[in-house]
Design a binder for this molecule. Structure first.
Ligand SMILES: Nc1ncnc2c1ncn2[C@@H]1O[C@H](COP(=O)(O)OP(=O)(O)OP(=O)(O)O)[C@@H](O)[C@H]1O
Length: 457
């Protein structure tokens, strides 16, 4: 499916470190994702919980940064959070775009800039160390995507796959991989967006129609199912299909024959089906939007594509590859992109990059900079998901003896974010720019209930 030229990999600087996922074996550290004007994926472990960084630090990897001071900053992990202290650097240290005062520890949240380098804290560096970030046939694959594609590879030997993920996360790309990895790869791949099919046309478009089946049917017309014969049918937003059409689809998948509208004889077909949606299919069955029997036919095995905000290591490479030839990225653009939640995921990132590139061109800039990005690009639709440029926080000097009441607007912000993220605490914490443990503590302390979700982490 791929050639050597089509594959390039940003290897993490450390070697493989074992593949367990147990919490004790986790290796916290920093990911250096940008330096020397280029995307990179360098894993920096914190020795005994801390690491001093500066020009010449071996852990930075091959590409050094002339704008970093020799002793630039120290990063420390306290078991739950990362803290960064500027050691008196010349050019300063920035957390989420805001300069931190020298000499005191500040929480390192989404992205830390020193010189022209960008670092993102990671609770576990092992996946990056093991897999790096690669590009295969224009598709950027970080460690999470590579792990997911292994599952897809196994699934491609079977009859179906269900892909769950937010809009724009790359579900169609994964469906194409399901097809390309399967024994049916030489057959057709037919992608259908079920949400875009008018209800009245769904049967005709899916199952086809014989000449004379309805007024205006002058010729036999193939449906998507016949077109996908011998290959893979990708049904995006499958729960948008009407229940009667779902019943007919199930019959086709079970009997392996399709009866076109107006036809008297069914036609044998052999196809595999890959479905996708941004919804939890079991919940759709529970609410009566999806037939239970169809769920058992198309809902397993399933994979979940994490949103882009949970895969920051892919962002610099996506930006680099999305630029027009001859253009280059300024560190400020990558920093801005790493800070924002991107509810529209990769699709939104790539489209806003195009807008920013155009703006930089109009202003005669040689590089695309953070200021060329529209202020609302990648921002949440509601106030809850936005990542305000608030000043980085210093660690509390001592633990408060009693919890202070939570301001009403803060409670509303958290509850709204929980709803937006379907009760997923990890995603909500990311969206609010805080650590998961921190959010869990807030929820417990202030008795905020979490809507039902699948998260068991
Ligand atoms: N990992 C990736 N590397 C490069 N481009 C990507 C990647 N993921 C997604 N894209 C690009 O982002 C756009 C959206 O991807 P895709 O259509 O696969 O998303 P989707 O999850 O199917 O979205 P929707 O649910 O809205 O249909 C496409 O242009 C795709 O090429």
């Amino acid at each position: 499916m791929e050639t050597e030229q089509e594959r390039s990999t940003l290897r993490a600087s450390r070697g493989a470190a074992g593949a367990g996922t147990d919490a004790e074996a986790r290796v916290p550290g920093l990911m250096r994702l940008f330096g020397g004007g280029k995307a990179m994926a360098v894993a920096l472990r914190l020795k005994e919980g801390a690491l001093e960084l500066g020009r010449g630090t071996a852990a930075l990897g091959e590409v050094q940064d002339a704008k970093m001071s020799r002793r630039h900053a120290q990063v420390r992990f306290d078991g739950q959070r990362f803290w960064v202290t500027d050691l008196g650097s010349q050019n300063g240290t920035f957390v989420d775009g805001v300069a931190i005062p020298k000499g005191t520890a500040h929480e390192a949240r989404r992205v830390v800039r020193m010189g022209d380098s960008l670092f993102v804290p990671s609770m576990d560096l092992r996946p990056l160390e093991l897999h790096g970030v690669e590009v295969v046939e224009q598709f950027v694959r970080g460690p999470a995507m590579q792990g997911l594609l292994k599952e897809v590879s196994q699934a491609s030997l079977g009859h179906s796959l269900y892909i769950q993920g937010e809009s724009g996360t790359g579900k169609e790309g994964v469906a194409r991989a399901f097809h390309a990895l399967s024994p049916r790869r030489s057959g057709p791949f037919i992608a259908v967006n079920c949400a875009a099919i008018p209800e009245s046309l769904a049967e005709r478009l899916l199952f086809g129609a014989r000449k004379g089946a309805y007024s205006g049917a002058d010729v036999d017309a193939q449906g998507y199912l016949q077109s996908a014969d011998g290959g893979t049918l990708f049904l995006d937003e499958v729960v948008e299909l009407d229940l009667a059409v779902q019943a007919k689809l199930l019959r086709v998948l079970e009997n392996r024959e399709v009866l076109a509208l107006g036809a008297s004889k069914a036609q044998r077909i052999d196809l595999h089906v890959c479905c996708a949606s941004n919804k939890d299919l079991r919940a759709q069955v529970a609410s009566g939007r999806l037939r239970e029997d169809l769920y058992f036919r198309i809902g397993r095995p399933d994979v979940t594509l994490p949103p882009l905000r949970q895969r920051p290591e892919e962002i610099p490479l996506l930006l680099e590859r999305g630029l027009s030839p001859g253009r280059s990225l300024h560190v400020s653009l990558v920093e801005e992109c790493l800070r924002r939640p991107w509810p529209g995921n990769v699709r939104e990132l790539m489209s806003e990059l195009g807008v920013a590139e155009h703006a930089s061109h109009l202003r005669g800039a040689s590089r695309v900079e953070g200021c060329h990005l529209k202020p609302d690009a990648g921002a949440a639709f509601g106030p809850a998901l936005s990542l305000p440029p608030e000043a980085p926080r210093a660690p509390p000097r001592k633990a408060p003896s009693k919890a202070k009441p939570l301001p009403a607007d803060e409670r509303t912000r958290i509850e709204h974010a929980l709803r937006q993220n379907g009760g997923n605490v990890t995603a909500t914490a990311e969206a609010l720019g805080m650590h998961r443990t921190q959010l869990r503590r807030l929820l417990a302390r202030h008795d905020i209930s979490v809507p039902d979700s699948d998260e068991h982490a």
